[in-house]
Unconditional design. Sequence first.
Length: 148
Amino acid sequence: MEIILKQDIPNLGHADDIVVVKDGYARNYLIPKGYAISATPSAKKVLAENIKQRAHKEAKIKGDAESVAKQLEGIKLIIGAKTSSTGKIFGSVNTIQIAEALAEKGLEIDRKNITIKDDHIKEVGNYTAEVKLHRDVKVTIDFEVIAE
């Protein structure tokens, strides 16, 4: 079944994408929850008109995301964490701490747009994270976890 997504859905697509999914997934989950609508010919025409009107705004948003990406490229973050004598961290480093470290540098990034490459950071060392600023603009930043 062809549907038009109303919002971004992980591992499926972005808002205003036309995707093909199984009938049950569309009828029982996506459409009732308001995440998608059926891709009828009239809905496709409305979507095409909306996309055409939104193209200029998207270009500006993407340009802003690219300028923030240029600021992020050279940044190396240092995150302090309480550790044991062997270098193990009490707890773990998460996206909230990375977002706070970026805020200290003057860059307000939502923590939901940050993905840590390693699943759980439990030791002192160097790691990388990916920041998604726009659907086409992603930046990899390096950060170091040190003992406080």
